[in-house]
Design a protein around this ligand. Structure first.
Ligand code: A3P
Length: 439
């Protein structure tokens, strides 16, 4: 089958659509346990999110690319899913597509988008909860997504004094009920991080953890009280909360300082072009499209830049208000190049003993919560985490194979320099400058 794809050079070729429909049909029939015609609706045939995961996993294996189960909510027939995949992943089905030359974002566009993105996976009326005592010291891992945050979370989870679950999305909502209302329908999988945490804390399966979470939601527990409950169940261990969308909302960040006693902050940074490449490659923008906060008139690449820029700017502004001794900055590139020295440095910042287990994030899947909540599910966060077998430098410079011209805004280059990255000079630009000089 992959050979059929390779013969066709344009994603709009109807023959390609047909080949993809033929490939998708057995995946759908196997998941739904019935014969399926190209215009049959997935949900009318008994489809649900677990079956959507199964189908998209098979497509993923066939093409060695990341596809999101939420795509079936947007394109619920085989025909519409084939069209959707060809439109959104042209390079997967027709390699060697010419790269788009894109407009650079302006500062005004970044400022406007920052207002809108505050609401990405967060309540509009989010408030700092100053009632009662502060929660016990917690560690917040702050970064945009696609920065190596899942890897670092799992590394920290290898230390028995820490409890480091997948994305909790607790600080972004005032209460668990508000969180549940936001994460329904196609966004329901965002609830899985807390389910995974409860599975480990209560030593139960996903169904029991889900029903415990629903009980807490019905009690309308505040998110501050939910943190207190988790910490109570954790005993002596300290909680690590890695939820990348916190960095899009300054009020959410303020909550981390105001509602916790002496919280510690790890600011994880990655080269902007590497993060944007990673974001664009997996089409991370498709997961939450149709959410009002995500309806931005920009390409996936520009959205990746916006997320990189706005998160880091918010984190830097926020950390100005936190004493120096409670914050540390770590660069993905340094960390994957020399893991041991950076993990030792982190341990000393967190006042923890270094343990050699931390160097092997692929051990103890359950303890580190690097598995999905059930057999079909994948780890929350980075779908590529299990494509690696160790901490490695493979992803560090991959963006150089794809990006050959400078599309990053002046404002983002300035911020990158502030974070310790050098401004890139692309060969094409060097050639242009040389030509101008020779004329
Ligand atoms: P690429 O997509 O560039 O490969 P996050 O968890 O913040 O979303 O980050 C995802 C990035 O971390 C991905 O980058 C992924 O490959 C990289 N990553 C995951 N596991 C890794 C490992 N063991 N070593 C190095 N990088 C890893």
């Amino acid at each position: 089958m992959p050979n059929d794809f390779m013969l066709i050079t344009s994603p709009s070729d109807p023959a390609l659509h047909q080949v993809l429909v033929q490939q998708l049909t057995p995946f759908w029939e196997e998941a739904l346990q019935t014969s399926v015609k190209p215009d049959d609706n997935f949900f009318s045939l008994g489809g649900n999110s677990i079956k959507a995961v199964r189908i998209m996993n098979q497509l993923q294996q066939a093409h060695q690319a990341i596809f999101h189960p939420t795509s079936i909510f947007d394109a619920p027939t085989i025909n519409s899913l084939a069209t959707y995949c060809l439109q959104n992943y042209p390079e997967v089905f027709c390699p060697n597509q010419q790269d788009n030359v894109e407009e650079k974002l302006t500062e005004a566009q970044i400022t406007t988008a920052a207002q809108q993105l505050r609401l990405r996976n967060a309540a509009a009326n989010i408030q700092v909860d100053t009632q009662g005592n502060k929660n016990s010291p917690t560690i917040f891992l702050l970064s945009p997504p696609r920065s190596g945050s899942t890897l670092l979370r799992v590394v920290l989870g290898g230390n028995s004094q820490l409890f480091s679950p997948p994305e909790l999305y607790l600080l972004s909502f005032n209460s668990l009920q508000q969180r549940a209302e936001h994460f329904s329908g196609r966004l329901a999988f965002f609830r899985e991080g807390l389910v995974r945490a409860l599975m480990t804390l209560k030593d139960c399966d996903d169904r029991d953890a889900e029903s415990l979470m629903q009980q807490l939601e019905q009690q309308n527990l505040s998110s501050k009280a939910c943190f207190a409950l988790l910490q109570d169940w954790l005993g002596e261990r300290r909680l690590v909360d890695k939820t990348p969308s916190y960095a899009l909302n300054p009020t959410v960040l303020q909550r981390a300082e105001a509602e916790f006693d002496n919280a510690l902050f790890i600011h994880l940074v990655r080269h902007p072009l590497a993060m944007i490449h990673s974001y664009e490659e997996i089409r991370a923008d498709l997961v939450t499209q149709h959410n009002p906060a995500d309806e931005l008139p920009y390409s996936a690449r520009q959205k990746g830049e916006l997320w990189w820029h706005i998160s880091h700017q918010n984190i830097l502004d926020f950390l100005q208000t936190v004493p120096r001794e409670r914050q540390i900055q770590i660069r993905y590139e340094d960390f994957v190049s020399e893991p041991e020295s950076h993990i030792r440095q982190l341990c000393s910042f967190l006042d923890l003993p270094f343990t050699a287990d931390m160097l092997d994030p692929y051990q103890d899947t359950q303890q580190r919560m690097s598995d999905g909540i059930h057999q079909q599910a994948t780890v929350m966060g980075d779908q590529k985490f299990h494509q690696h077998q160790a901490i490695d430098t493979h992803s560090m410079e991959r963006w150089r194979e794809k990006y050959h011209h400078d599309f990053l805004s002046e404002a983002s280059w300035n911020l990158a320099e502030q974070l310790g990255y050098n401004r890139e000079v692309f060969e094409e630009e060097e050639d242009e400058e040389r030509e101008e000089w020779e004329i």
